[in-house]
Design a protein around this ligand. Structure first.
Ligand code: KIV
Ligand code: ZN
Length: 534
């Protein structure tokens, strides 16, 4: 069998595990996590820089936007293999190939649901499905020498049938066979047994790479992926922050750090530069609108915080009392001194570098102005404050249709709250005065008076960035209008101002989305969960 670039590199090292990142495909499919074109390119660039082997950049047939993003990522990515997803039909596969073919190392990923539950959807008999797999994988392989095939819902597929279809896909030319736990149903021992069984029973299994693709519905995605690797899988499919539908996918940072920290019992290697983890985690949280839970392994705000007295005492004596990894391993600067209003531009640049954020001069100038304004209101500006400022600048842009110009709120124990708001709408100032059940309600009603819309607010979350009453608040919102979902975020020491800016940011993103899609379609015209017919 001819070997593609990945397999050539791989052949020499039996303990090398390929990292396949699907943040831009399975992660982005998560309702509300839609990213803009520019954001997708930025995340792809960060993944490539971090050393991800394969980037699944999108699902090209799903929408023109997905197609454009995958093809541009294919053209500009320097190191990683670029993969596009397709269902099991010729039209999807051709579209995926069109999008990835310019990559230095392209891959087509095609899939079909093989479990009894999924076979029922396209209404194919087992034999008809087997025939379809043969045809589609053969077609993909005629286009590209790097083809990945997935029997969706493999963990609920009858073993005999799974072995039969995997063998067909290998004979038709698949170079990677992915075994998805689509509904997050398996458990570690079963995950390992499945890979072992396939390696033992399927002719030709030793010539291809088995991948594991786990969802986290029972909280076992990381354990299931690692168990599959111990049994012989050599590609882990994962997303940054575990982003993904429902409970998400396997988190890249968890599997990578687990293999690194417990190399003694899991002697597997990746080529991930782990010091880049924290920065990409923050960027994905910002652009997807899905904040990372505080106690999330590796990248949560509390993952390296030692609050309790016993822990702090132990940490002061020796860090390894309670720390199994160093913050620097994932790119978290150690506890360093906060900046204040007398800190200059050079100190700010040095701090941003320390945080892994490289800035062009104009970006730094803009941040400096915002930093000074914050330092006037807040005595000490911590790392997290600066990160919140950067995120705020990234999400709220000067050319947005709606801008918050002025806000005054009257609230307290007496009577309804009142908000007096001025927004600049397409360059024209418009003001409104609204009352409501609390200041946020009043302010959001004022937005609606100025800019009437039918969007429904589904999520409204407030987090304090640091401790203290002068802490900045980051607010994230998720809104929906006619099936289009948009997220917004903002940060400010004034919680109501942050709320209004976050809502306005969500509306700006919705306005962009309105321009691109018809109502009820969101950004996709197909769902990967639909029949394999396309
Ligand atoms: O979870 C799943 O089965 C998938 C496939 C498309 C590989 O994401
Ligand atoms: Zn998936």
């Amino acid at each position: 069998m001819p070997q593609n670039r990945i397999q050539n590199n791989f052949a020499s090292d039996k303990n090398r595990v390929l990292i396949f990142d699907t943040t831009l495909r399975d992660g982005e499919q998560s309702p509300g996590a839609t990213m803009t074109h520019a954001e997708k390119l930025e995340i792809a660039h960060l993944l490539d820089e971090m050393g991800v082997d394969i980037i699944e950049a999108g699902f090209p047939i799903a929408s023109e936007g997905d197609f454009q993003a995958v093809s541009e990522i294919a053209k500009i990515t320097k190191n990683a293999t670029i993969c596009g997803l397709s269902r099991a039909n010729i039209r999807d596969i051709d579209r995926a190939w069109e999008a990835v073919k310019h990559a230095a190392s392209p891959r087509i990923h095609t899939f079909i649901g093989t479990s009894p539950q999924h076979r029922a959807i396209p209404n194919l008999t087992m034999d008809q499905m087997a025939e379809r797999i043969h045809e589609t994988v053969t077609h993909a392989r005629n286009l590209c020498d790097n083809v990945q095939w997935s029997p969706m819902d493999a963990t609920r597929t009858e073993h005999d049938y799974l072995c039969r279809v995997v063998e067909i896909a290998i004979k038709a030319g698949a170079t990677t066979i992915n075994i998805p736990d689509t509904v997050g149903y398996t458990a570690p021992r079963e995950s390992a047994d499945l890979i072992r069984m396939l390696l033992e029973r399927v002719p030709g299994a030793d010539e291809i790479i088995f991948a594991t693709h786990c969802h986290n519905d029972l909280g076992m995605a990381t354990a299931n992926s690692l168990a599959a690797v111990e049994a012989g899988a050599r590609q882990i499919e994962c997303t940054i922050n575990g982003l993904g539908e429902r409970a998400g996918n396997t988190a890249l940072e968890e599997v990578v750090m687990a293999m690194r920290v417990r190399h003694d019992i899991m002697p597997f290697d990746t080529k991930i530069d782990t010091t880049k983890i924290m920065h990409i985690s923050r960027r994905v949280a910002t652009v997807s609108g899905f904040p990372v839970q505080f106690n999330k392994a590796i990248v949560g705000k509390n993952a390296f915080a030692h609050e309790s007295g016993i822990h702090q005492d132990g940490m002061l004596k020796s860090a390894d009392t309670f720390e199994i990894m160093r913050p620097a391993d994932i790119g978290l600067a150690g506890t360093s001194l906060p900046l204040g209003k007398h800190s200059g531009r050079a100190a700010l640049r040095a701090k941003m570098r320390e945080l892994g954020i490289e800035m062009a001069d104009n970006q730094l100038n803009d941040l400096f102005v915002r930093f000074k304004a914050l330092a006037d209101r807040k005595k000490e500006v911590y790392d997290d404050d600066l990160i919140a400022l950067v995120q705020d600048a990234d999400t709220n842009e000067v050319h947005d249709t709606l801008q918050v110009k002025r806000l005054r709120v009257i609230c307290g124990t007496e009577g309804p709250a009142e908000a007096l708001l001025t927004l600049t709408v397409d360059g024209v100032d418009k003001a409104a005065d609204a009352t409501g059940d609390g200041p946020v309600d009043a302010a959001f009603k004022a937005i609606k008076t100025i800019f009437p819309h039918d969007a429904v607010l589904h999520v409204y979350q407030v987090h304090a960035v640091t401790e203290g009453t002068d802490a900045q608040a980051t607010v994230s919102v998720r809104i929906e209008e006619d099936g289009r979902i948009a997220t917004g975020m903002s940060a400010d020491t004034d919680t109501i101002t942050a709320s209004v800016k976050a809502y306005v940011n969500g509306l700006n993103r919705l306005i962009e989305r309105r321009k691109k899609t018809a109502p009820g379609v969101d950004h996709r015209d197909v769902s990967y969960k639909m029949s394999a017919e396309g």
